[in-house]
Design a protein around this ligand. Sequence first.
Ligand code: ATP
Ligand code: MG
Length: 443
Amino acid sequence: MFLSKLLIPILKNNPAEAKIKSHQLMLRVGMIKQSSAGIYSWLPLGFKVMKKIEKIVREEQDNIGAQELLMPTIQSSDIWKESGRYDDYGEEMLRIKDRQNREMLYGPTNEELITDIFRSSVKSYKSMPQLLYHIQWKFRDELRPRFGIMRCREFYMKDAYSFDLNDEEANFSYNKFFLAYLNTFKRLNLSAIPMAADTGPIGGNLSHEFIILADTGESKIYTDKRIFDVNFNDTVIENKSLKDLRSNYEKYYAVTDEKFNKKEFEKNVPEEHRLITKGIEVGHIFYFGDKYSKPMNSSVDHQGKKVFVKMGSYGVGVSRLVGAIIEAKYDDKNEVMKWPLSVAPYECAILDSGNKLDGHKVSKKALNVLDKLNMLDLIVDDTEDNISSKIKKFNLIGVPYQIILGSKTPDDAVEFREVGGKSEIIKISDLNKIEKIITSKRS
Ligand code: ATP
Ligand code: MG
């Protein structure tokens, strides 16, 4: 956690190849490095943020009773031929041959693989419903990869799948994920709206995209602004409560391009509430009944009858979220990024310009502060830079709190600053105050 010892290759200026602010910032502060078109390495700083996002995504899946498993990235073409999607999926699918000349592929999504797991493991309706998820790399050979990790070819996704006996119960499962998504994005400090969406190659007829507003988003959206005020805080995981929640959202017109209808928009949304803007898709949920279970013969026994299971799938772009949060929070004019504390690469930075001890790069005071605040996720800037460039650097990286040990700070105190907020002088003997402030903001 001493900056000089970390692999954080910070650039002086914005890289010319990056068009949008998330891509610029991620390259600028060394979060990612492109390895080939649309394929990136995640360097320590970027990986740390992504892991924290992943943790929140995971916790909210666990909260609705979904079970985590892990499926491989490489799949056999056999199951895709069973579902009929091997030919349908087209050029976005990366097809590979192994040494035995078997047709394999790098999974762009996992409906087939999870259906195969389900059909070989669950035989009776008594084991229903099943909510399963994994967090795994995906590959889609996008025609035009761009905007860094926002639309790339290899990306990290949480994908969940539900299996139910009938439409009614499947709807309950769908609504659980609907709530889990609202809670996930809220914890990431994002205001994401669920919008009626097209189903694309996944199929089915019920679908919502979760979109956050951003000028650089690729989805054009048409919505009633009042949808932002829908409250979901008191929703309990119970059939009626979840149904009410969904209809509270569905009351308001909110769609992307593909579903837009000018007449309906103007009829349903009073002029003063209309909003036409752009957004980023961070999640997408689908209900498609027996679209996969039928061709793949995935059924359970229910009262002597064979029933094809009803399925839904639920994706969150975990890696895209890193960029989406930057798009939502980065002030590129002033070069200030503020990560929500829950996903910040570090919670607090100690910026030291005090008198150095012989043979040490940081002052005794900095080591003392570091030791006293060891409950926090800290980084010490022990480089040769002066204090104002250290502050600039950490404004850019976006560590939400800074402890400044400047030459003007009294010996027995530190300057404590919230990025983009005010600063105060705190006595070394009161350092636990800082710990309290920061830990109380954790979510
Ligand atoms: P898009 O419309 O953006 O191409 P999609 O509808 O094809 O996405 P889904 O199959 O719904 O994608 O995937 C679930 C989530 O995975 C998306 O909501 C998005 O957050 C993320 N995702 C999809 N494609 C990419 C990509 N090429 N790069 C990064 N994240 C992606
Ligand atoms: Mg989608």
